[in-house]
Design a protein around this ligand. Sequence first.
Ligand SMILES: NC(=O)C1=CN([C@@H]2O[C@H](COP(=O)(O)OP(=O)(O)OC[C@H]3O[C@@H](n4cnc5c(N)ncnc54)[C@H](O)[C@@H]3O)[C@@H](O)[C@H]2O)C=CC1
Length: 415
Amino acid sequence: MLSEESARVVRATADVVAAHGEEITARFYERMFAAHPELLDLFNRGSQANGEQRQALAGAVVAFAGHIAGLRPLPLGALLSRIAHKHASVGIAPNQYVVVGRHLMAAVAEVLGDAVTPEVAAAWDEVYWAFACMLVAEEARLYERAGSGFERPFHPHRVVRRQAETADVESFWLEPEDGRPIQHRTGQYVSVAVRLPDNSRQIRQYTVSSAPGRGPLRITVKRHREDGQRPAGLVSTHLHDHVRVGDRLLVSPPFGDVVLPQDDSPLLLVTAGIGITPAAAVLDELATHGSAREIVVAHADRSPASHPLAAELLATATGLSRHTVQLWYESDADSAAAPAGVEVRSGLLDPAALRLPAGARVLLCGPLPFMRHVRRGLLDRGVPAERIHYEVFGSDAWLPRSTPAAPAAPAAPVG
Ligand SMILES: NC(=O)C1=CN([C@@H]2O[C@H](COP(=O)(O)OP(=O)(O)OC[C@H]3O[C@@H](n4cnc5c(N)ncnc54)[C@H](O)[C@@H]3O)[C@@H](O)[C@H]2O)C=CC1
């Protein structure tokens, strides 16, 4: 942890660093990529282009500094675990922290100028290394457990099946070429690394949408179209347009710490859009084992036609002995297939209308504003924060920039 002297300096300078956080991280990325263009392959180019990555890094470093200097406590274990899982899934190496540290500190000095006295520089260097050392240690543990390492983070897999789920969503079934069985836990994700036509490499995380022990691992991928805020998804477009049965894909071992709690507590799964993928894995697992666990499945989508894995969700959920299914569609709710016992409503998901079994654990997955909306509603209904678990996909933008109120148990993917 921090020396008392450094903690005092960090407390005195945290606001000025926070105020310039995005400027510092923008400069940091420019410097680092100029010196190490090979590192561009590790970062999501879409998040770089729209500034999400800058906000995410600035938010995380400032939040960590506030925590260790005693200004604002964070759920530090959850934050570190989430980042370490994601880093291990892309093969971050310990020596890369040296490169990041060097360019981050140089960017701080460049942006804040004379305000960065040797004392201030030393204090923030200590913050950075405290953060980095915790991550290096956690990542080493994860590599060890996964039987992998940063030297070889990806393994060749064959696409053995591919299936269209909606106009924009495809499932791919993947089998390791070396025949090694993949031991994922329900809710985990894998990273997929692809070489694009311009020879750059990009990596994305996709939740495994099937239960463990069910043969080839399934990922279900939404094609992200250009929407004015983000360019079209480089990897999702590549997978949809170019990857066929028989092709080879480089895939990491499974990572992620938002997993199905292995107890008998009732479950409330609340998902939206492509966020349905972990719920599909959970339902697959419960159905495979004929679970008698009480479960509420709530899903929101644009329309019945855009709802991925809808038929599978209805079949698996309604096959369970103690289930409730609630569906919300922004349009065409009337056209939804709704077997007896399935509630279908119009509009956005209303957290006040969710069935809430006593003592339920909640798994949330969907676009960030959706998760914030549902989490707020559930907290208002008295659900303890530690019972609400959720995945954050895309870059690490889960820390609200202006409020210190961090979520309970975050983790990482895109579908
Ligand atoms: N866990 C995560 O962080 C996830 C993030 N995403 C990201 O979200 C983006 C969009 O995902 P899509 O599947 O295309 O979702 P989408 O944009 O089709 O939205 C799905 C549904 O979410 C609900 N929703 C969206 N915003 C809401 C809000 N502010 N309040 C209440 N409900 C809201 C609506 O019912 C909507 O129909 C993607 O860029 C994806 O990467 C998607 C899934 C999971």
